[in-house]
Ligand binder design. Sequence first.
Ligand SMILES: [Zn+2]
Length: 442
Amino acid sequence: MNRLTYSDGVPAVDHHSHAGYVRPGQRLEPVSSWEIENALGHVEGHTNHDDYQEWMRLTETGHSEQANALGASLKIPQLIAESRKFQQTTVNAIAIREGSEALYGKHDAATVDRLSLEARQQDFVGLYDQALLLSGTTSVLTDIPEIDATVWPHSRYRPIARIDPYLFPFGHPDWTGRGTDAPRFRRIFSNVLARQLEIAGTELPSTLASYVEFVLESLQRRKEEGFVGLKIASAYVRTLQFERTDRASAEAAWATLSSSTDVQPAAHKALADHLAFLIAEWAVGERMPMQIHTGFGHTEPGLRISTADPLLLEEFIGDPRLNTLQIILIHGGFPYSSHLTALAQMHGNVHVDFSWMPYLQHHTMSRLLEEWLELLPANRVMFGTDTGAPEIHVASTARARRALDGVLEKGVRDGLWTMRQAGWLTERVLHRNLCDVYGIEP
Ligand SMILES: [Zn+2]
């Protein structure tokens, strides 16, 4: 690999990671599991809706024998193999190969699978530590419901708490759309809320007032445990258009939802909107930064792209009581990337990160970095990987460093920046901006 002009030796702090996230009951899987997960979109798009839903239900509830039998009759293994063949030219597959080679050496796919599974089973934390070391990453902010700090030290793995579980105390209206991604997010949110209620030693309170008390205490406790920021992942299950909803309307929504089992989308939204503003105001007081997912989702349908447009956040961002909430719009917001640029340009408390892009997009990432670094002040852009796979962490960090270096070299050549400014921007993007916003050191 060529030596990098600016980013060589500059420590990185990963703004958005999922390190340490093993879903409850989930067994450790080899690195190819990421390609198989990506194949689900292809499977869903070539299988009758009801059959697909049934196969996924059996798979996700651990009925593997029945799932395999149904899968065989639906030719799902063939569809997965076909999808993996077509994925080979994507940056995602390339990144998986690059990162695997960096960690395990050059091997055929079957050996990489064996080595990646063994490394996880033997010492998952050690493998992640090694990935960070290879990448020059000193710490990651990890989006995770709970993390055992005795295993994953907080100095290196700093947890971020999603607020979404608190927004939907009465669950969600039934899912009748395509795919299993949105209902999976809903399930995860519900499970995290149930777990937080369990930790607090309580059931779902009967009044909104006591529920709000529980929510703020739960967030406060997690902050004291070492959570350094909050995240909204709601784009996966609803619109980003959060509207300030007064207490009386929220009380009315609470009464409707607690007394009715009918589908009440308007009441769900009113209550969630009220709670989102309430938690954001708490975050202002506690100086907890807030990450927000914007833009497209996974390879399976579920997230509605039109309601994940960051411009829908204008009411939330424009709220006078939230003007000092430090907001980081994550993932580069594809296909709305320039909407992020404009929002950050017009609001001094709004930042952008390009997590996820390093292992999904190549030229697009460089183009977006050019746009951001030319238009935005130096304190707004943050690096991130958005992965829980050590292999992808290694590849994403290397790809991000190369893209950043390339953009800076070009900017220096064009006379935009001096070499010294380019070096300064490298440090700002790779760790300093994050450290300033979260009040931590790399
Ligand atoms: Zn993520």
